[in-house]
Each structure stands twice: as structure tokens, then as C-alpha cells.
Design a protein around this ligand. Structure first.
Ligand code: RIB
Length: 301
């Protein structure tokens, strides 16, 4: 069984600011860091660091070769990653405020140059039993989902960032959704109550497993193993970027290994707690051993 992550790769320009810039305002930043990022790349690195064998498919320009290097150093197979001379790599402008929160502007670049031909070429190496992991930062997601479904792949969708493109996908083909409350509301209707959101999602997608992430309130799973709740672990927040991606990668790696949902959620919660205590996207994703050692002296929120 293989895992194919068909996803974005970004150069993240992270500006440390006191507060997020508002309309008409010009503010100074105290630091600029350039990190490897993109939801796809982050999730591949988390999957691989958690012990999964993962293939990353996507596209970068020649300015983003260091992103391919980073994936390879993390043990990710990049044979399906296209390095193109014709496009520039996707990037993200990220403001990181004094509370550790962020806001992000994306430039799609090479991520939006993924074509149907490329998708066909990649998918022909995968078949029944293999897993496909997708986010919403590359082009041709509806096509990739329908072709992967035809080929019998198990489809995991993290519908992030949520926008109108998600509604072009045949969501009945999705076997597992990993999503936050904002994304859940967009799919299931407005409610502040996570239990209501989860049950609406389950009604709407009866064949799918759902993992709803709730930030400081933890996460909740609904699916074949019933309803499983997981608390978040308390840490000093430095930068929340890629916390969700770390959670996704670690959760999926646990499930691929055959771990029960509760154990996979717990490991994912620990891994994402470590990620928020560090700066950056991909560089903040912990190794498996760090996550194993994390169980000491921690408090659940
Ligand atoms: O989830 C975090 C990621 O979102 C960042 O690395 C940024 O590139 C955006 O894709």
C-alpha cells in the first residue's frame, strides 16, 4: 500500500509583526524568515517523519529546488515532482503576530499549473488500496479525485484553504475528510457546535470518515470506530503555521500503520503541539522520536 500526496509546495515568506496589517495601514515587521511550506509539502514531510512511505506529486519552478531537497531529506519520494523552467514556484506571504497566530496570502504559481495530463501520468502508477492525499492548493483537483476514484484509490481530502473550488469536486468519492471548523461550516452549514457539525457531515457523507479539528479544543473523529474525542496538548504558542498539516500527516501515518483512531489522534495532537511551539511551516514538523518523548510533563487543555 502506497501513499500519494498530490499537493502544493510553497516558498513561505514569514514576517514577524506585532499585529496583522489592516486596510490602509503600513506596518514594520521585526523579522523576515524564508521557510519551506505549502500544505502539500508540509503534509508529506509530516507523513514521512511519522514513518509513512510517501510519494509527493506536484510542481515547482527552478526557484524552488530547495523544496524538493527538503522533501528528499525528509525521506519523501519525489519521482512525481515536476521541476519546470516555465513557471515560478508557489509562494505564501505570512504574517505571524505576537500571539503566534498567522494570516496568509497565497500565490499559486507552479501549483496552479498541474494539468490533467500530469495527473494521468502520475495516477497510472497507483491503484486499489493505495491512498491519495489532497488539499486545495493545486489545480485540477476535481479531475484528480474522479480519476483516482475510478482507479480504486482511497481518497483523503483536507479541504483547505476552503473556497468555491471545493464544490466542483465530487465529494461523494472522498473516503476521509480532515477539516477544521471553518471548513466544516462551509460544507455542513453554520453551527458553533462541533457535535452538530460532525453529525451533519456524517449525514452528508455517510461513507466517509470525518476528522474535525477544533484548535485548542482538540479534535473529534466520526466514522467506523464510532465517535472518538481527543484533547489538545497545552504548549506556549510561537507559530501556528503548519500545525494542521502536522496533525494530518501524523494522523494518517498512524492509520496507515493500522493504529486505532484514538492512538492516531493522540500522536497527531502531540506532534501538532510541538509544531506550534516552533517557528515556520515544514521546519517546525517534529521527528517521530520527539513525538514519542513528548508524553512527559504535559497538560491537556
Ligand atoms: O498550512 C500552512 C501552509 O499554508 C503554509 O506553509 C503556506 O505555504 C500555506 O500553503
Amino acid at each position: 500500500m502506497s501513499v500519494l500526496n498530490f499537493g502544493s509546495l510553497n516558498i513561505d515568506y514569514v514576517y514577524s509583526v506585532d499585529h496583522f496589517v489592516t486596510k490602509g495601514e503600513t506596518i514594520a515587521s521585526s523579522m523576515l524568515n524564508v521557510f519551506s511550506g505549502g500544505k502539500g509539502l508540509n503534509q508529506s514531510i509530516a507523513l514521512s517523519r511519522a514513518g509513512a512511505r510517501v510519494y509527493h506529486a506536484g510542481m515547482i519552478g527552478m526557484d524552488g529546488i530547495f523544496l524538493a531537497d527538503m522533501l528528499e531529506e525528509a525521506g519523501v519520494d519525489t519521482r512525481f515532482l515536476i521541476r519546470s523552467k516555465d513557471v515560478r514556484t508557489g509562494n505564501a506571504i505570512i504574517q505571524n503576530d505576537s500571539q503566534g497566530d498567522n494570516c496568509i496570502i497565497l500565490y499559486g504559481g507552479a501549483n496552479q499549473a498541474v494539468s490533467r495530463e500530469m495527473a494521468d501520468q502520475v495516477l497510472k502508477s497507483f491503484g486499489p488500496g493505495d491512498w491519495l492525499v489532497l488539499q486545495n492548493e493545486i489545480s485540477e483537483i476535481p479531475y484528480i479525485v474522479s480519476k483516482a476514484h475510478e482507479r480504486g484509490l482511497k481518497i483523503v481530502l483536507n479541504p483547505s484553504p476552503m473556497n468555491e473550488k471545493i464544490f466542483q469536486i465530487d465529494l461523494s468519492c472522498v473516503d476521509c475528510f480532515i477539516l477544521n471548523e471553518v471548513e466544516a461550516r462551509a460544507l455542513a452549514g453554520d453551527s458553533e457546535d462541533p457535535d452538530i457539525l460532525l453529525s451533519r457531515l456524517q449525514e452528508k457523507f455517510p461513507k466517509a470518515e470525518i476528522v474535525l479539528t477544533l484548535g485548542e479544543k482538540g479534535s473529534v473523529y466520526g466514522g467506523k470506530e464510532g465517535i472518538v474525542c481527543q484533547e489538545a496538548y497545552r504548549v506556549d504558542t510561537v507559530d501556528t503555521t503548519a500545525a494542521g498539516d502536522t496533525f494530518t500527516g501524523y494522523y494518517l501515518a498512524g492509520r496507515l500503520e493500522g493504529k486505532p483512531v484514538k492512538e492516531a489522534l493522540d500522536t497527531a495532537a502531540k506532534a501538532s503541539a510541538i509544531a506550534v511551539s516552533r517557528k515556520g511551516a515544514a521546519p517546525s514538523i517534529p521527528e517521530k522520536d520527539e513525538v514519542r518523548r513528548f508524553h512527559k510533563n504535559i497538560v491537556t487543555i
